[in-house]
Design a protein. Structure first.
Lengths: 287, 223
């Protein structure tokens, strides 16, 4: 629906131009530190609320935060191990863990944010609870879950001697941080679009599976013919997976990541996401 | 003090833009008791949400220099799937207030008993009102925004609200909206009538009610 899209953007820019509302609160005029304190307090409260409603207080509780992605990754790893053995001289266990974890990070974060506003609408009656806080709390939780899952899996398999330790952990950390940043931006943009347009919500879920198979989780760019390499390198997700594996395997493999490209994408997504968050806040209608 | 300067609010609807508030100006001083009369759909709740800061004005500015409550209304403020206690905990965290010391007052005032451990979505409107009112009293605000919440309570609840808000906290401000003049006549010194997006100030409730009734008849005649 391109019509609706352009309409939305027109509205967004218009609103930012004419928006002159100044909200001042006691002891808060220009006091960045005070505002930050409130924001952290609110995000903390929302994190507790998320954990409570999602995992409850029973059985394993919030351990599911990382057990769930761990089990997912383990399942995929086992499956690939059975089906493929060691493809193209790359050990399949580490290949599966490094690949599937990146997918989990961006996919889970975006999916959780598609429904960030709706169920929390009534909490927005409290002035200090803002749309950005709803997104922040969900994003933090998903990134934490995926990160713990990856670290624990790598540690377990390394301890069992089934995979060697990473060659260059720093590159892995940088790749993971860049991916987390990317997930943040993408989750904000797609999350707000999903809550505004049902159509996008539906399309996104189909798109997720498509992007998953093209995201570099199931292949290395080096395995592809040159033309296909050029094409898949337009997909940002490919770069993070390549970079993470570069860190894990070192120079044993050839990777094609381009940090400038993904940083540019990240900056654009973040800017667009922040503008959309502001617009969503200003046009918000509490029930 | 809360100051509204040239505040307008427009909602996007399927049939185009709908202007709910049109160039509204008002000031609420510390300790002032304000009543707002208006028909269903006149924009009373919108005004309350703008005062609270839950929604932003489309144009104009709002300044707040006192601690203003969230809109104490039948809907909103609570997460339905969480229990009464968990909602209390959430609100305490959001406003930076200690949770433990408030529990006895909440238990005593709401008389919800074991229902405090049940999800709020299972509460009746009277129960939700009691919880909302109790938490807002316990957190302590300088200005309370009361959106029809007193109207759903039984006489015991009304009496206790009276005691807590109008007697124990009589130096605080509040803004009360209603489509009936009863409670406003009893408690408010400044009265506004909200009609067709405009706000008119009265210092006499009877004059305000007269205008309100005339407007109602006018609208009935034109429809």
């Amino acid at each position: 629906m391109p019509g609706e899209f352009s309409n939305y953007w027109l509205l967004a820019s218009k609103n930012t131009m004419t928006e002159s509302a100044v909200i001042k609160q006691p002891n808060q005029q220009g006091n960045f530190y005070h505002a930050l304190k409130i924001q952290l307090r609110v995000i903390g409260a929302l994190l507790m609320r998320e954990i409570l409603t999602r995992y409850g207080r029973h059985n394993l509780g919030f351990l599911w935060l990382f057990l769930e992605p761990m089990i997912f990754t383990l399942g995929i790893t086992l499956l690939w191990y059975q089906v493929r053995g060691n493809a193209a001289n790359i050990p399949i266990i580490s290949f599966a863990i490094t690949g599937y974890s990146t997918v989990l990070l961006w996919r889970n974060t975006v999916n959780r944010c598609g429904n960030a506003i709706g169920p929390n609408l009534s909490l927005l009656h409290h002035r200090n609870v803002r749309v950005i806080d709803l997104f922040a709390s969900r994003i933090i939780l998903e990134i934490a879950g995926a990160t713990i899952s990856l670290v624990v899996l790598l540690m377990i398999f390394t301890a069992l001697g089934m995979i060697p330790p990473p060659v260059d952990p720093l590159t892995m950390v940088i790749a993971w941080l860049l991916l987390a940043w990317f997930a943040m931006g993408l989750a904000t943009v797609v999350g707000i679009l999903c809550s505004k347009y049902e159509l996008i919500d539906r399309i996104w879920h189909v798109l997720t599976y498509l992007i998953f198979s093209l995201s570099g989780a199931v292949f290395m760019v080096a395995w592809l013919p040159p033309q296909a390499q050029e094409a898949v390198l337009w997909i940002p997700m490919v770069h993070f997976t390549e970079m993470l594996r570069h860190g894990y395997y070192g120079n044993m493999i050839k990777t094609f990541e381009n940090p400038q490209y993904i940083i540019t994408i990240n900056i654009c997504l973040t800017l667009v996401g922040l503008i959309m968050l502001r617009n969503a806040q200003n046009t918000l209608e509490a029930p | 003090m809360i100051t509204l300067k040239n505040v307008s609010k427009t909602y996007q609807t399927r049939q185009g833009r709908n202007r709910v508030l049109n160039n509204v100006n008002m000031t609420i001083n510390p300790g002032e008791k304000v009543g707002i009369l208006g028909r269903n759909g006149a924009g009373k709740s919108t005004l309350i949400r703008l005062l609270s800061g839950a929604e932003m004005p489309t144009t104009g500015s709002i300044q707040r220099s006192m601690k203003v409550s969230w809109p104490l209304a039948l809907a909103g403020g609570f997460q339905g799937t969480l229990t009464g206690y968990d909602n209390l905990r959430f609100i305490c965290r959001v406003y930076g207030v200690e949770y433990e010391p408030l529990v006895p007052f909440i238990q005593e005032f709401t008389e919800l008993g074991k229902y405090l451990r049940e999800p709020v979505k299972s509460y009746s409107s009277g129960m939700t009102s009691r919880l909302a009112f109790a938490i807002s009293m316990a957190v302590e605000f300088d200005c309370y925004l009361i959106d029809e919440i007193l109207a759903v309570g039984d006489s015991r609840f009304t009496a206790r609200c009276h005691e807590e808000l109008f007697i124990k906290r009589k130096e605080r401000s509040f803004v009360m909206v209603s489509h009936q003049p009863g409670a406003i006549r009893e408690h408010c010194e400044t009265v506004y009538v909200l009609h067709n997006g405009s706000l008119k100030k009265f210092s006499d409730i009877d004059a305000a009610y007269q205008v309100y009734l005339e407007q109602q008849h006018e609208t009935a005649a034109t429809h």
